[in-house]
Design a protein. Structure first.
Length: 214
């Protein structure tokens, strides 16, 4: 957009314009779009190209945004790869968290337990567990407890032993979303399975993570 204006001593200055020659009469042009460059025998004006300038600014802005987003995604990918190589890190857990597991496999005629350990200065979280194994002399349902959870709570589930010490029991699988913290910092979480007479094999697998206290 080319705009012209007669010479006026107090016109506001603007950038991005070109020089033009004097034309007869008075021009009906907004003062805000022009800049006076000479005020003698000849009238010189600079015409602002505002639309083009705005379009260029918008293009530069969008290009910069795309580059910033690409850089951020690259940085996140690099951090994820680096953390994935760190001992105990799992991408599904929060940053700075370390994965922990507990496993116990043995005959369970009374009780059998597996515990996510306590860690100094860290919170222990349980994300899930499974109980599987063989049956017992007589089929029976027994409790499975998870303790001690946030708020001092204990979660209780039912596990079934089938009749027959060589037959497989139904698998008990529990997942927590989100994962559940222990009752306090530096505290363990224990999964305990009450056994049954004649059982020769019970398997407990517990998974979770530990997170440093802020």
């Amino acid at each position: 957009m080319l705009v012209l204006l007669l010479c006026e001593p107090k016109l506001a200055r603007r950038l991005g314009a070109i020089r033009t020659e004097k034309v007869n009469g008075i021009y009906n042009i907004p003062v805000s779009d022009c800049i006076l460059v000479s005020c003698d025998d000849e009238i010189w004006l600079l015409a602002a190209r505002r639309t083009a300038a705005l379009a260029e600014d918008q293009l530069r802005f969008h290009t910069m945004c795309k580059r910033l987003i690409a850089a951020a995604l690259l940085w996140a990918a690099m951090v994820s790869c680096a953390l994935a190589q760190t001992s105990g890190f799992n991408p599904s857990y929060p940053p700075r968290a370390s994965a922990v597991t507990a496993v116990n496999s043995a005959a369970d005629t009374t009780t059998l337990a597996a515990a996510l350990p306590a860690a100094t200065g860290q919170w222990t979280y349980i994300c899930g567990f499974t109980v599987s194994g063989l049956g017992a002399t007589t089929g029976v349902g027994t409790p499975v407890t998870v303790a001690t959870l946030v708020g001092g709570n204990t979660a209780t589930y039912e596990y079934s032993f089938v009749t027959g010490a060589t037959l497989a029991n139904p698998v008990l699988s529990i997942n927590y979303t989100p994962c559940i913290p222990a009752s306090a910092i530096n505290a363990a979480i224990t999964v305990t399975v009450t056994g049954a007479a004649g059982n020769t094999a019970t398997n407990i697998v517990v998974q979770g993570y530990q997170f440093p206290n802020p």
